[in-house]
Design a protein around this ligand. Sequence first.
Ligand code: SF4
Length: 328
Amino acid sequence: MKKRILSGMRPTGPLHLGHLVGALNNWLRLQNEYECFFMVADWHALMSEYENPKDLKENTLNNVVDWLASGIDPGKSTIFIQSHIKEHLELYMAFSLITPLGWLERCPTYKEQLREIKNRNLSTYGFLGYPVLQAADILLYKADSVPVGEDQLPHLELAREIAKRFNSLYKKDIFPQPKALLTKTARLLGLDGRKMSKSYNNYVALSDKPQVIRGKIMSMFTDPLRIKLTDLGHPQKCNVYNYYVIFAPERKNETDKLCRSASIGCTDCKRELGKILIKFLEPIQEKRENLLKNRKQIYDILKQGEEKARKIAKVTISEVKDSLKLNL
Ligand code: SF4
């Protein structure tokens, strides 16, 4: 029997190349080896976007479309929207009862985000409980593993602790200890050299039109030591070059040579990269267009995924309610 994994994305904006390289390509591999549950984490999105949820619906739909267009196969993977399965919140509540406050207050990502995100008020009860909802997401499906990056490890550790505490408090072996599936993915920085993120507005969206991609790529930072056309370049210090490595590996040696010998200018080099990315995104965008023309197909896929997810969620919640003496 295949091992089960759960993973999700917060629908806070359009999916971009960073999502594709960092998560989606990994999902594509995983769906052939594991029983995959992929969730649009809309409740999680609201934990930081609660003041302004106007784009949530559209982002949710667009995220699903991007997943499908990138090759996530509903025949292999279960795709669903978190808020449509009410059992997530039931388990979140049960876990909230047993999670000591100190575990949450010590969470490094919580402290970091409170420090770094200044344009939103995150001093809320919900935001503190973010990892508890994550634990509920994972454990509701009794996932064996969770694909995570290093930065998410503390959250997974917390989920394991919560699972252990529940099992020990109610003397039942309901929840497994999900393992981290650490995957090395290529690191794609944003156009300005910082982490690619919607908040920094430094991304290329999977749905960006060719002229938008061209403009964005031309705005990219390059080798800071190359000021004049005749200056020899240092491709290893150039973010544009890193894009070649990831999206056109067959061109990386040639670009390296041209750059080091100053045989190509940065403008031409970026123009070429623009063309490469436009071509690279073409098939994804074509599939996107087709999917959006037939929205019923998307809703059907979600309905199917939700039915499958709900069936498993209901069994877990019934076990939890038994333990808490909530089932009459
Ligand atoms: S030529 Fe290309 S790789 Fe070299 S510094 Fe300019 S943009 Fe970067």
